[in-house]
Design a protein around this ligand. Structure first.
Ligand code: SAM
Length: 287
């Protein structure tokens, strides 16, 4: 008869596991364990896992989401920083063959070496203290990632999906949308975690674009975007000047891109930022 496995992601199972190993959720590592099987299911569903599909999980914790992924047929590689957790995962995920644990800091892990060159998806209930660096790191390395499904703070999710001209729109919206097509899968209340975080959360799904929007110089594009949002109260021209961009080249570039330098950066769409980057590179060459 097939063995019936206890579900890790319930309040009682999580408490029991933490008590058994004498553990407390670590604030330093942003540990808020999922204790809501429906949220686990919705997160796994959003990743649309095919049998054997390769998943990178960031911060498996005690194995809650990992179990959902493995049950869905995924082959999971998980990177965990907390040295106390491998012993727990050994026990909670005992018997699952398609699980591999890599101990270390996700921001210092060579993901190309760990995951190789074949496509993979990322699924994670992210530690909130490093959400943005993780997302930027995953997307800027040209890794063969096809989709990122992540639990993030609700406020960050709203910033990611925000459109130009809205209060949540910022460099994160532009950078994530340059690389992916993001959507909010669902909102998640604090009660779905143990301990409950002080903020609301949301699961986002970012389908990575096969082809990124063309731009003459990606680095200049990102620099322009960061500079334009760096001083939100300033006009585009002044914000860029303040960030060290050449005043004359900026003037020529805004003229060439047909973008009014008197506008605020936060009103520019991604297409306009791309146009501005191309125009800046062209104007600089001509100078
Ligand atoms: N996946 C589990 C769940 O859903 O219940 C735990 C999620 S908890 C919000 C975040 C996890 O990320 C913790 O296990 C924490 O130890 C781990 N973590 C924190 N910082 C990390 C880092 N820099 N690299 C890898 N893992 C990290």
């Amino acid at each position: 008869m097939e063995k019936i496995r206890p579900v890790i992601g319930t309040k009682s199972a999580t408490r029991h596991i933490l008590n058994t190993f004498g553990l407390h959720a670590s604030k330093r590592f942003g540990q808020n364990f999922l204790v809501d099987p429906l949220v686990v299911a919705d997160t796994v569903d959003a990743a649309d896992i095919k049998d054997g599909e390769r998943i990178l999980e960031i911060g498996p914790g005690i194995g809650t989401l990992t179990q959902g992924l493995l049950e869905a047929g995924a082959t999971v590689t998980a990177v965990e920083i907390d040295k106390k957790l491998p012993a727990v995962l050994n026990k909670t995920l005992e018997g699952y063959e398609n699980f591999r644990l890599v101990e270390g800091d996700i921001l210092k892990t060579d993901l190309r070496a760990v995951m190789g060159d074949a496509p993979f998806k990322v699924v994670a209930n992210l530690p909130y203290y490093i959400t943005t660096p993780i997302l930027i790191e995953l997307l800027s390395r040209n890794l063969p990632i096809t989709q990122i499904v992540a639990m993030v703070q609700k406020e960050v999710a709203l910033r990611i999906i925000a459109d130009a001209g809205t209060k949540d729109y910022g460099s994160l919206s532009v950078i994530i949308k340059y690389h992916t097509t993001p959507r909010i899968v669902r909102f998640v209340p604090p009660a779905s975690f143990l301990p409950p975080p002080e903020v609301e959360s949301a699961v986002i799904s970012c389908a990575v674009r096969r082809e990124k929007p063309p731009v003459a110089d990606e680095e200049i594009f990102f620099k322009l975007v960061r500079a334009a949002f760096g001083q939100r109260r300033k006009t585009l021209a002044n914000a860029l000047k303040g960030a060290g961009f050449d005043k004359e080249v900026v003037k020529a570039a805004t003229f060439r891109a047909e973008i009014d330098g008197g506008r605020r950066g936060e009103t520019l769409s991604i297409d306009e930022f791309l146009r501005l980057a191309d125009a800046y590179c062209a104007a600089k060459k001509e100078k």
